[in-house]
Design a protein around this ligand. Sequence first.
Ligand code: FE
Length: 233
Amino acid sequence: MSTTRRGVPAPTVPATGAAETHDPAHAADDDHDHQVVPSDLALRTKSLESLLVEKGLVDSAGLDAVIDAYEHKVGPRYGARVVARAWVDPAYKQRLLADGRAALAELGYGGTQGDDTLVVENTAQVHNLVVCTLCSCYPWAVLGLPPVWYKSMAYRSRAVIDPRGVLREFGLVLPDEVEVRVWDSTAELRYLVLPERPAGSEHLTEEALAALVTRDAMVGIAKVALPQSGARL
Ligand code: FE
């Protein structure tokens, strides 16, 4: 939706569950977009935020700054840089696995959500998968905002019961001999997966490697892959 968080929602296409206001008298000039009523969840969120702002408990500009930072600056890019550094610098990788918090801080990452981060390494023998069965604890400091599926009841419950099945549904089929380890996050301890460096990436620079690393790979539902053969970095 093309809207600013503070502004009136911009004209857009109807979202699932949203009611479109449509005046038949406008049928003649129907090539313009229509205003849609935000979803129930969006309205509830907006109402709650308005109340908190009205009572002086939160500051709108401050909220915007925080959300903007996690959406556009942190995203998963900080995590990707951490992974790329670990791939090219064995000593850094050792420090990262030994003390995630300190190693993240070396690159300037961390803060309240990165205080206790355990980095778990994927290998040819072991695949790690991260979940928060209780709610949605996530290494925000390096991955930004968690995806919707991460917070869903289906993922939270099934990731621990049938991790291989969940991975298969995400398109990742692991050989039987690969051990799958599931890490249940808490508010005190977050997990970051250090994916395997893809074969054939030896010639890539640290920056180019970072560009390959996805959020999904750092949660453990995917592997890092090279671009389709023929594409050059
Ligand atoms: Fe949680």
